[in-house]
Write a protein that binds this ligand. Sequence first.
Ligand code: S3P
Length: 439
Amino acid sequence: MSQSTLRFRIAPGGSLNGTARVPGDKSISHRSIMLGAIAEGTTRVTGFLQAEDCLATMNAFRAMGVGIEGPEEGRVTVHGVGLRGLKAPSEPLYLGNSGTSMRLLSGLLAGQAFDTVLTGDASLTRRPMRRVTEPLRRMGARIDTSPDGTAPLRIYGNAMLRGIHYDMPVASAQVKSCLLLAGLYAEGETSVTEPAPTRDHSERMLAGFGYPVRRQGSRIAVRSGGLLTGCDIDVPSDISSAAFFLVGASIAPGADITLRHVGMNPTRTGVIDILRLMGADIELLNLHEVGGEPVADLRVRSAPLRGAAIPEEFVPLAIDEFPALFIAAACAEGETRLSGAEELRVKESDRIQVMADGLQVLGVDARPTPDGMVIQPGPMSGGEIESHGDHRIAMSFAIAALRARGSIEVRDCANVNTSFPGFVTLAASLGLGIEALED
Ligand code: S3P
């Protein structure tokens, strides 16, 4: 796939109006395949995110002998093979851009009877993997990385894993989930303590598959010897994809949109808390629960935003939404400060540097710091933005055009398909003047 040929061109100004449903939650979609594959019996998924990242997970399990039907309009059927039923893949597992696939699979595969190699694209093979390989090795896993601790990962089979307790140095749901999945195969109990709450979809979904997970305060534990039983999973819309429109409708004059069936898991709703702190008008309607995950319709109307000092406890709860939130900050009244967010530097791109660079192109005073950013809002011009192949950077600058004085062109946008297929069509249907251009 050529990453550099797709560009977005977005006309300045305009507004957002109407109702839409953004695609399914990426984190939940990955986990539905992973847990469905190692469950006994059949798992039926609806609302599955048919995007490249989740398809990479799906293909990896197909390569390990799991029968999977779909995806077809978000419907997937996984014929589980049980905890010990995966088969050796004949080739390295290529995971594209997907950090979630690589980090969660490394834990799940550390306990198998066969060797695997995990690899990915240029961005994924630059991202830090010692955060998972180091605790997995303490459990007895045998894993090689490149000398600088990155993929490809070579995982050797037949390791005798033993449960450990791990005090996580980083608030990362990927590390937590990796170790819990390894714990399904380890002797005794495996537990982690998280330094701050992170998304808990793995814990919720394990429980949904009938696998006991114990949580005491910030400590989460599993024991081996249990069984997962196939179940039905209704994947809500991804709040991380909704975030572009929460920001877009907040900053665009006269906007009034409703986003349907959005996941409202409290470990994911930091973006709503931060936007409300900035004065956003976001209403939760029809709040209810589907399959262990809260969902709601979100009505968002244009509102005058003010800058804020973002409380650090919100950082892990909004970790993927900062590119969009930086655009909100650029359109607010008064300074916004973010700190405690050094993790943003090791996402699909260095999101602190890349967002600061892009905002500066548009004439905004955005100063990167080692662990965050200080933004002095001001009028935004148009300009050409480098997304560095990062889906969330591309979509954030597309939304910025709602308040820019000239058109914005975003380069290197093909990776929007890793999380949000149909972004251009959906954004245009709400009123954004966006077109996708191929070179
Ligand atoms: C994810 C966890 C987060 C997030 C990523 C998805 C998950 O990563 O950024 O997009 O599904 O567990 P970290 O756990 O590394 O913060």
